[in-house]
Design a protein around this ligand. Structure first.
Ligand code: NAP
Length: 353
């Protein structure tokens, strides 16, 4: 059990990211000194929003340059920190050319590099790792072989590989790497946050996180002829940020935490959006039958194996541990989607039909 001193700096890796930006905002507003890393300090457009937030907050922000693939790259940013929140990792599903290079290596080597910097720091007492539900299950079908058909923190993804669901594989091996490394020392302990599909308003106009591009696609006609019944555990980005902070500063927190609110499919999310904003945007009105998705899968950039093992299979998960241990009380999905869509409209990222 580790108690983290709130006056000591906290490192959040990958500050330019969708989730990390919210973590940093909450920490700065609470008066913390935050160290964060970005890949390239020259690209101020990726982190200018953090500088603006810091100016209006009680806390202080220090920005460091670090790449996940560079050994020792996080040493400077980690110095003096008792708490490290490691969020940086590539999150994209579509348009992959080389899964090993684009996903697996940055996820696994990045985790190792950050944790080795924690070892060398001599100050770090706790690491909060942004893992994922993707490290708990690979295909939705996996849920059917769990005890009582419910995903819990005891379940590990055993079905993903470099050629099937490579993003999920990257998150699984990165989390495993962290659990192996924590066993080899006793300076710091490890708590993981395992969010489902994270949605909700972004603090920037970036659209490359899959969390953002997916909601844009709901409104730009991509799913005009229907939405697949692909189910996820949904969670609000503001709740994910809160969970990281609770995991960092709650001495008793330990192990993995399913950080999801409720199950929803592309189709059910589209219906929520249609109810609220439907007259102005071409949200899908119907479900695409599984057989049709199977037929057109290769053209849609999907494998038939993915379709068979995922479409139409609902996810059941148990989020009791995050509620009990971290005090989570999740934002309802209707509010998450409403707030995200309003942000996208305000930022000009979706346009009326
Ligand atoms: P995001 O906005 O795409 O952020 C990813 C971050 O990782 C960015 O800051 C990115 O830096 C950084 N990064 C990627 N490759 C890097 C490299 N080689 N060196 C240094 N930094 C690198 O995605 P996000 O949604 O916030 O995801 C953050 C974390 O949450 C990831 O670990 C992801 O797996 C996890 N997660 C996300 C979801 C979700 O639904 N969003 C769900 C579960 C878990 P640049 O700005 O330079 O690209």
């Amino acid at each position: 059990m580790k108690t983290i001193e709130k006056t000591k700096p906290v490192l959040v890796t990958g500050g330019s990211g969708y989730i990390a930006s919210w973590i940093i905002k909450l920490l700065l507003e609470d008066g913390h000194t935050v160290h964060t890393t970005v890949r390239n300090k020259v690209q101020q457009n990726k982190y200018g929003h953090l500088v603006d937030i810091a100016k209006k907050s009680k806390g202080d922000l220090k920005i460091f340059e670090a790449d996940l693939l560079k050994v020792g790259g996080f040493d400077e940013a980690t110095a003096g920190c008792e708490l490290v929140m490691h969020t940086a990792s590539p999150f994209f599903i579509n348009g992959l050319k080389d899964a090993r290079k684009e996903l697996i290596e940055p996820a696994k080597s990045g985790t190792r590099n950050v944790l080795e910097s924690a070892n060398r720091s001599k100050t770090v007492k706790r690491v909060v790792l942004t893992s994922s539900m993707a490290a708990i299950y690979g295909d939705n079908k996996d849920v059917l072989s769990t005890p009582n058909g419910i995903l819990t923190e005891d379940v590990w993804n055993t079905s993903s590989s470099i050629s099937h669901q490579p993003y999920s594989f990257s998150k699984t091996i990165a989390e495993k790497e962290a659990w192996e490394m924590v066993e080899k020392q006793d300076q710091w302990d490890l708590v993981t946050i395992n969010p489902g599909f994270v949605l909700g308003p972004s603090l920037t106009k970036r659209t490359d996180s899959t969390s953002i591009s997916t909601i844009i696609q709901m409104a730009d006609g991509t799913f005009k002829s229907g939405a697949p019944e692909l189910w996820f555990g949904i969670v609000d980005v503001r709740d994910v940020a809160k969970a990281h902070i609770k995991a960092g500063y709650t001495p008793e927190a330990k192990g993995r935490h399913i950080t999801c609110n409720e199950s929803a499919s592309f189709y059910s999310m589209a219906q929520i959006l249609r109810k609220q904003f439907g007259s102005d945007y071409p949200f899908p009105k119907s479900k695409v039958p599984k057989a049709l998705i199977w037929l057109i899968a290769p053209k849609a950039g999907l494998t038939r194996k993915f379709v068979l093992k995922n479409i139409g299979i609902k996810l059941n998960f148990d989020n009791t541990k995050s509620r009990r241990e971290l005090g989570m009380d999740y934002i309802p999905i209707d509010k998450t989607l409403k707030d995200q869509f309003e942000q996208l409209v305000e930022d000009g990222l979706v346009v009326k039909k």
